[in-house]
Design a protein around this ligand. Sequence first.
Ligand code: NAG
Ligand code: NAG
Length: 302
Amino acid sequence: MSFHRLPLSLLLLLLLLLLALLPPSYSQVCQRFCGDIPLRYPFGGGPGCGDPRFTKYVSCNQRQLIFTTHTGSYVVTNIDYPNAIIYILDPTMSTCLCAQPSKGFSLDWDAPFSFDDSSVFALLDCSLDSSPIYKGAVGGNTSNVPQCANSGTALCSSLYTCQPISQLDVPISTCCVYVPVDLGPAFEMDLEKLQCKAYTAVYSFEGDPEAWKYGVALKYKFNVKNDYPQYCGNCEKSNGACAYTGIYNSFVCNCPSGVNTTTDCYFQASWNHGSMSKACKKISSIPFPQRIVVTPWGERDG
Ligand SMILES: *[C@@H]1O[C@H](CO)[C@@H](O)[C@H](O)[C@H]1NC(C)=O
Ligand SMILES: *[C@@H]1O[C@H](CO)[C@@H](O)[C@H](O)[C@H]1NC(C)=O
C-alpha cells in the first residue's frame, strides 16, 4: 500500500502515535541551530539555554539570530567559534550598494563583547564645520572623540568609487576612518553627537568595494582565557546543548529528548532500553498496525 492512499483517519492516527512517542511536554529542548547558524556555548538561542550572561544580547527570533544593544537590534550573520568572534550586520549602515542615514552603533558597557581588530568604521558625511572629529572635543572633553586614521584615505577613496556613496555628493574630506581597537567595550559611536550622517563598517576590505565584507566583527568573552568548558564540549559532542539554569546557574546538558543530565547525552541509548518500565515494554511489543492509541478525546482505536 502506498502512503498517499492511506485513509485520512489512519494518517491522523499515525500523527497521534508520533505525538505520543515524542518526549513528554514538560521538557524544553534547546535549539541546536538558529536558521543556518549552529548554536553552541555560550549561545543558546533563548532563556534557559546557553550561558545566561549572553541570553539578553543574543537570541533566536523566528530563525534569525539577533544581537541587541541599547542602540538597536542587529542580525548575526556568522559565529566563528574557534576564534570567539561574532559577525553582525546593522540594517541602517551604508555599503557600496546603498547609502542611508543612520544613528550609529554602540555596545553596552557591561556586555561581554568588544570590537575585534578586524573591525573598521568609516564615518560618512561628517560636518566639517561642527563635527567634534574635526573640532576636537565633545563637551570640552577630547578623550571620547574618535581619531580619524591617517591611513583611512585609501579606504575612503575606494568607498567613493561606489555609486550610492559618491551620489551623497559630499566631499571626500568628510569621510573619517577609524579602527576602534583600543576603545574597549564602552565604545560609543553616536553619529548625532559626532555630526555624521551615515557610516559603514567592514571587517575585510581587499579589492573591489562591492565585494568587501560589510558588518561588525565582535569578540566575545565567557571567561578570562575563553577556555571552553570541558563538560560543555562533552555535552555538545553527544548532541546535547550546554545550558546553565536555576538560581545557582548550574550546568545541565539538555539532550535532544528533552531530558537534562549533569554530564552528557550518551546515556540515552541505555536509558531507552535499560530502564524502560514494564508498561512501556508492553506497549512497544505490540505489533505496529494493531497498536492501541488513546487519543486526547479518550477514544480507543486499533
Ligand atoms: C531542562 O533544561 C532546560 C534548559 O535549561 C530547561 O528549560 C528545562 O526546564 C529543563 N527540564 C527539566 C525537566 O528540568
Ligand atoms: C572625558 O571622557 C572620558 C570618556 O568618556 C571620561 O572617562 C572622562 O571622565 C571625561 N573627562 C571629563 C573631564 O569629563
